[in-house]
Design a protein around this ligand. Structure first.
Ligand SMILES: Cc1cc2nc3c(=O)[nH]c(=O)nc-3n(C[C@H](O)[C@H](O)[C@H](O)COP(=O)(O)O)c2cc1C
Length: 461
């Protein structure tokens, strides 16, 4: 039997404590996003289909990306109990410098397409949060513009080595002069992956207006207002002749890049060099032996070879092979701070986020990127506290089990050809030896004729 009474006015009043409404629509929108997937939903609503799909999409059937995200979801954490973790320290050291959290922003091409603030928002937000920002060769803000947006923080530069080598070398020299401390040499793009969404959308650079794009623009007036009232959208470091992203990549990339290029870049670049896009244990070992400062296990966010190995899954084997002291980083599929915690526990020194940052950018410019970082920070912090861990260094493999879904029928044959094709730089131990190998083999000279290519071919890149 329930006893009933008249509601008391004082109690009713207590229930009616309405919060002051948030008048800033952008803040209201962003505060309502509790996860990176929430930011993705807002981003989709606010961004024209072709630009959203260019960002959100991957290659072919998009299996690599889906598998990478699934692998993070298939993690089981093992917490310790009765271990006080009232405050947690998320800071770490990476490539000779500090980072306030164990992740940085990955290089992304054509970022002002997603939202007009582009790389400036990313670099500014990264600087404010104390984490590194990476500018892509295919960026839409200049090297100097990124430095101005993040004058006191860490900026990294991602290099595509192009057919016209001198363009790439020139960019590396400019980034070094602007104080960028780390170079990411991307090696997983001998040719462009098949981004089918871009083909289906007729997406090109610069974007072309069609009846479809105009209809799609109607509910997204702010993006178009930004697009039409801000400086022209173009690559800040390259001149192009236009075309689909795939065509541009194919025109610019050189499928013949090799370890010899790595040795040449070593001579040009004074800071740290990491190789991005490493996808097996043998290459990881060879690169670390060749003296690179670090490797990034990555399949380019699933945008290149579909069904490529899942970088997070490679991590334990790679770390076992190269040792826990080597700088192994990982990206692809990170959508939650817990994904970052799991990666660090399994031996990654650092992680990179691509789309998670871009969803924030599309959802709300600089404030949106701040929100991405805040969401990831709180997820990392909470996961660590729940694990009973109070610093990054305390995370260990025993905290994580990767649950198995896709089981290989047999292990891949260890890169048999690798020994035969082992390049000079790889055979010599240590970075200095790699440098010597390249110059004594006259490879710097070999690059010279390419460097002297006429300006016409440059325009094509
Ligand atoms: C829109 C977009 C553009 C990208 N452009 C580049 C690029 O120019 N250079 C590069 O090395 N990687 C590029 N990447 C790959 C990212 O650096 C990173 O490896 C990938 O996004 C990680 O996966 P995630 O998006 O699931 O975090 C791009 C990724 C996206 C989503």
């Amino acid at each position: 039997m329930v006893t009933r009474q008249f509601p008391k006015p004082a109690e009713l009043l207590e229930l009616m404590q309405f919060k002051k409404p948030e008048l800033d629509a952008r803040k209201r929108r962003l505060d309502a996003a509790l996860t990176i997937y929430d930011l993705r939903t807002i981003a989709k609503r606010r961004t024209p289909k072709a630009a959203f799909d260019y960002t959100d999409g991957a290659a072919e059937g998009e299996l690599s990306l889906a598998r990478a995200r699934q692998a993070f979801e298939d993690v089981e954490f093992h917490p310790d109990v009765l271990r006080p973790a009232e405050s947690v320290d998320l800071s770490t050291e990476i490539l000779g410098g500090p980072s306030a959290m164990p992740f940085g922003i990955a290089p992304t091409g054509f970022t002002r397409l997603m939202q007009t603030e582009g790389e400036t928002a990313g670099a500014g937000a990264a600087g404010a949060a104390g984490i590194p920002f990476t500018l892509s060769t295919l960026g839409t803000t200049s090297i100097e513009g990124v430095k101005a947006a993040n004058p006191n923080g860490r900026n990294w530069f991602q290099l595509y080595v192009m057919r016209d080598r001198e363009i790439s070398y020139g960019l590396a020299r400019r980034a070094a002069a602007a104080g960028f401390d780390t170079l990411q040499f991307t090696v997983d793009t001998p040719v462009a992956g098949a981004r089918l969404r871009d083909k289906r959308n007729g997406f090109s650079i610069p974007p072309q207006l069609t009846l479809g794009t105009i209809i799609n623009a109607i509910p997204r007036p702010w993006w178009w207002y930004d697009f039409l009232t801000t400086p022209k959208l173009e690559f800040a470091s390259l001149s192009t002749t236009g075309g689909t992203v795939g065509e541009l990549l194919d025109a610019a990339m050189d499928p013949t890049i090799s370890y010899d290029d790595l040795a040449i870049i070593r001579d040009i670049w004074p800071g740290k060099i990491v190789v991005k896009g490493v996808q097996n244990v043998a290459d990881s070992k060879r690169l670390i032996d060749a003296g690179v400062d670090g490797i990034i296990l990555s399949n380019h966010g699933g945008r290149q070879l579909d069904r490529a190995p899942i970088p997070f899954r490679l991590l334990p084997d790679v770390v076992r092979e190269v040792g826990r002291d080597a700088t192994v980083m990982v990206d692809t599929g990170i959508m939650n701070g817990a994904d970052i915690v799991a990666s660090i526990a399994l031996g990654a020194k650092f992680t990179l986020i691509g789309r998670a940052y871009l969803y924030g950018l599309m959802a709300g410019g600089r404030q949106g990127v701040d929100r991405t970082i805040a969401i990831l920070r709180s997820e990392i912090e909470r996961t660590m506290k729940l694990l009973g861990v109070s610093s990054i260094a305390e995370l260990e493999p025993r905290h994580v089990t990767q649950l198995q879904r896709l089981v290989p029928v047999s292990a891949p044959v260890a890169a048999a050809a690798s020994a035969a094709s082992a390049p000079r730089a790889a055979r010599s131990a240590g970075g200095t030896a790699a440098k010597t190998a390249a110059s004594s083999a006259g490879k710097a000279d070999a690059a010279a004729p390419r460097a002297a290519k006429p300006a016409a071919s440059r325009a094509k890149a």
